[in-house]
Design a protein around this ligand. Structure first.
Ligand SMILES: *Cc1c(COP(=O)(O)O)cnc(C)c1O
Length: 401
């Protein structure tokens, strides 16, 4: 299909359609299980001459199965280009390595994925890159934190695990008036719910291990970009100066698994978001629950912003019970829902962020991030919502919450 025709399709049609393989005509993409590719004289000469080489060379630098996945993600994210990598954290670190140097400054939201926060707070400081943490829902805080050295403003479209939804337009206006690159993590929303590049964001990083893959069976990550503020050859730099050096290449098999996962992303997100709304409403009315954070509830502090940016509100919610031990008891008492680390799959998964993902963040900082000990994060899956409600009710009553 012609590129222009493909671009005119709706998201759901883009997600399922693939051009048949030109050689075999197979509907699904072949998996290229090869880590080496034969040179010809011309490629050899280009490499020797130090020219930019876009050909297949070695598996760490790219593989045709990955290119197919990258093209598909670029189409779905409305991106000018995409790089596939081995994990969500490889997406984050590969992006930093391409953009930052000693002396640069970052403004990040307080609340981000735990490993991302630790990178900002510890690892990047070792390289002389400082981060100022702010609440990005308050644009004045962001404005005050920005300095002449600020290279990046960073946030999550739906923050982990507080479900905070920062307004994007004021961030874009501020960042671009100062030539600052806006990077956001879109893992909790997925491109089906929001395409941040269409809102003016420069770079989207995402863990494909979550909603994109959708079945808890693959680890992967993506970096999707809009050229504009970025150098014209930024995608090339990302691949050849950053990914190839850091080494976080996606395996061809995982690229294929992710291509398959993307085909059902729209139906999964649609159904999982609906069930999340049903469950959020039920939990909100439950006497044992102190509070529910779900962008679709009118009690959510950014509900009006979420209505514009993420109108289907997503499949992630957080609620709070009395304290940490009670939260663990509830998760362990669930029968249908899993008590596990990750999210974004067909199964409903719960976790206690304070003592699981954010265990290494000191308690005072966790409070600053609005992560309370009694919080339970829920990634709502494809089960019947009535069964989910029954499972949460029995877990809450059996633990005498
Ligand atoms: C899981 C996750 C990551 C890291 O992704 P991996 O694929 O596990 O490396 C980054 N950001 C968010 C919001 C996540 O949920």
């Amino acid at each position: 299909m012609k590129k222009e025709t493909k671009e005119k399709l709706s998201f759901a049609s883009k997600a399922v359609y693939y051009d048949p393989d030109p050689e075999s005509k197979s509907l699904n993409a072949p998996i290229y299980l090869s880590n080496n590719f034969q040179y010809d004289a011309e490629i050899y000469q280009q490499i020797v001459d130090g020219d930019r080489v876009e050909a297949n060379i070695y598996g760490r630098c790219g593989n045709p199965s990955e290119y197919k996945f990258e093209d598909q993600v670029a189409l779905l994210e409305s991106a000018d280009g995409c790089l596939a990598v081995a994990s969500g954290m490889a997406a984050v670190s590969t992006t930093w390595f391409a953009l930052l140097k000693t002396g640069d400054h970052i403004v990040s939201d307080w609340t981000t994925y735990s490993s991302t926060h630790e990178m900002f707070d510890h690892r990047l400081t070792d390289f002389g890159i400082e981060t100022t943490f702010v609440d990005t829902t308050d644009i004045e805080q962001v404005r005050q934190a920005v300095t002449d050295r600020t290279k990046i403003i960073y946030f999550e479209t739906i923050a982990n695990p507080t479900m905070q939804v920062p307004a994007i337009p004021p961030l874009v206006e501020l960042a671009h008036s100062r030539n600052i690159i806006l990077v956001c993590d879109n893992t909790f929303a997925s491109p089906y719910l929001i395409r941040p590049l269409e809102w003016g964001i420069d770079i989207v990083v995402e863990s494909a291990s979550k909603f994109m893959g959708g079945h808890n069976d693959v680890i992967g990550g993506i970096i999707a970009i809009k050229t504009g503020l970025l150098p014209a050859d930024f995608l090339h730099q990302l691949r050849w100066s950053s990914l190839t050096k850091l080494g976080g290449a996606l395996s061809p098999f995982n690229a294929w698994m992710l291509l398959r996962g993307l085909q059902t992303l729209p139906v999964r997100m649609e159904r999982q978001s609906k069930s999340a709304m049903t469950l959020a409403r039920h939990l909100d009315a439950h006497p044992a629950i102190q509070r529910v954070w779900y962008p679709g509830l009118t009690s959510h502090p950014q509900h009006d912003i979420a209505k514009q940016q993420i109108p289907k509100f997503g499949a992630m919610l957080t609620f709070e019970v009395e304290d940490g031990p009670a939260a663990v008891k509830v998760c362990a008492a669930l029968e249908l829902c899993a008590f596990a680390a990750s999210l974004g799959s067909v199964r409903t998964i719960t976790q206690v962020p304070a003592t699981m993902a954010f265990l290494d963040v000191p308690p005072e900082q966790r409070e600053r991030m609005n992560i309370h000990d009694g919080m339970i994060r829920v990634s709502v899956g494809l089960e019947d919502p009535d069964d989910l409600i029954r499972d949460f009710d029995q877990a809450l009553s059996n633990t005498h919450c």
